[in-house]
Design a protein around this ligand. Structure first.
Ligand code: FMN
Length: 404
């Protein structure tokens, strides 16, 4: 098993008799290479001491929502963002009910509402509690909301009775948690992405730029993270928040972007060039602001290196280009795919800058892409850039795997 390696797992322990078994679970998760933080409900602390989990996880245990000291160290929102996955084991009937109702009156239930990470619960309770209609309705609600239910198993119970309600064994929980992440199409893959425009300085206050907002590249970085990749994002001047866990390098000019990409190539497997890199830059950058004097002013430009073509020519990374075209979309995209020896190219029509809400392309929230590869073609219909990015990442992952 490799998929838990480096994963941030919150183990939520609630007040059931099976809580003692989770000391072993922490150890096994760490053996798999996961980083574990334990969150306990108040009831759980009556069954096992936080000190046990602190010693086994190597980190203080989180128990209180309304604890100013804990909030100052790693607050509940930070903890929710930190997690790649939350496993609640054992999950009491009470906690299952709270999750189903969206109640957030302790740290663990609040985290579950505040996280975007997958949540799994491992129910453990007396078999009559488990088969009670309320519990079964709550479980159905959680399944509907894509919360994973691990178990329970049939067997002898702490109360001496036999039935369905035993928590799964530690190795079964680990296997199930592992499989939660193994669907990730880009796990163990390193993705290098460029995004945004470049600014080519004319003098200290003026530059030649373009209308790229960087949104598509940032959405692709987010989608690649969701697909389990390690992501480096080289961004031109944009006003966007770095997606969680993405390593970002800021640059301004095409030359800086070139340098940054070349310094990263050896560390990556896939290159996705969404940046609108200036093809030309002024031969001379003036040290002082140019004065308004002549009637006409000429600025001489020279060609910038073609970052994408150079990376693709190395034949080491699976290289994906973007083509923003105002005309002859198909022809131009196919030409670029061939001339730059790309593995894939995503082309979009850019037009109508006045009405970005209706529009697709540079400054819009939306986009539509025609994606070409040497043997085929697919049209990804107009959608939010975040949604489109996920589809594109799946397509890239599929073709990358076929090639390797
Ligand atoms: C000795 C003892 C054992 C318990 N075992 C379980 C159990 O295995 N599963 C369960 O759902 N509740 C069990 N409970 C009841 C829960 O502790 C109780 O519902 C509590 O409110 C759960 O709080 P929590 O969900 O915030 O941890 C047990 C209670 C006691 C006193």
């Amino acid at each position: 098993m490799q998929t838990l390696l480096g994963k941030h797992i919150i183990l939520g322990v609630t007040g059931g008799i099976a809580a003692y078994k989770c000391a072993e679970l922490v150890r096994r998760l760490r053996d798999e290479g996961a980083e574990v933080r334990v969150v306990m409900t108040q009831s759980a602390t009556e069954f096992v001491t936080p000190l046990t989990f602190q010693a086994l996880s190597g980190h203080p245990v989180h128990t209180d929502l309304l604890d100013t000291e804990a909030e100052a160290a790693m607050g509940h929102i930070e903890l929710a963002r930190w997690a790649d996955g939350i496993l609640i084991a054992p999950a009491t009937a009470n906690m299952i009910g709270k999750l189903a109702q969206g109640i957030a009156n302790d740290l663990l239930s609040t985290l579950c509402l505040a996280t975007e990470a997958p949540i799994a619960v491992a129910p453990a309770m007396n078999h009559i509690m488990w088969s009670d209609n309320a519990t079964q309705d709550n479980i159905a609600t959680l399944k509907n909301r894509h919360i994973y239910i691990f178990g329970p198993a049939f067997g002898t119970q702490a109360c001496g009775e036999t039935g369905e309600g035993r928590m799964l064994e530690t190795h079964e929980l680990i296997e199930k948690l592992d499989s939660l992440f193994s669907h990730e199409s880009l796990s163990n893959t390193r993705v290098l992405i460029t995004a945004g425009p470049t600014y080519e300085a004319i003098d200290p206050v003026r530059f030649i730029g373009n209308r790229s907002s960087g949104r598509m590249g940032f959405a692709i970085a987010q989608a690649a993270i969701e697909a389990g990749a390690k992501v480096t994002l080289i961004a031109g001047p944009v006003n966007l928040q770095t997606p969680h866990k993405v390593e970002r390098i800021d640059v301004e000019s095409a030359h800086q972007m070139y340098q940054a990409v070349m310094s990263q190539v050896a560390e990556h497997d896939i290159f996705i060039a969404t940046a609108a890199v200036a093809d030309y830059s002024p031969i001379e950058t003036h040290d002082q602001k140019l004065k308004k004097s002549e009637e006409m002013l000429s600025i001489h430009l020279h060609r910038n290196p073609d970052i994408l073509a150079e990376v693709a020519a190395m034949n080491k990374l699976f290289s994906v280009g973007f083509a923003a075209e105002t005309e002859h979309l198909q022809d131009n995209a196919r030409k670029k795919l061939k001339s730059k020896q790309l593995d894939m190219i995503a082309a979009n029509q850019v037009a109508n800058m006045e009405n970005p809400d209706e529009d697709t392309g540079f400054n819009s929230e939306y986009n539509a892409l025609d994606v070409y590869w040497p043997e085929g073609y697919i049209q990804l219909e107009k959608a939010r850039k975040t949604e489109l990015a996920r589809k594109l990442i799946e397509l890239i992952a599929e073709h990358y795997k076929t090639k390797h």
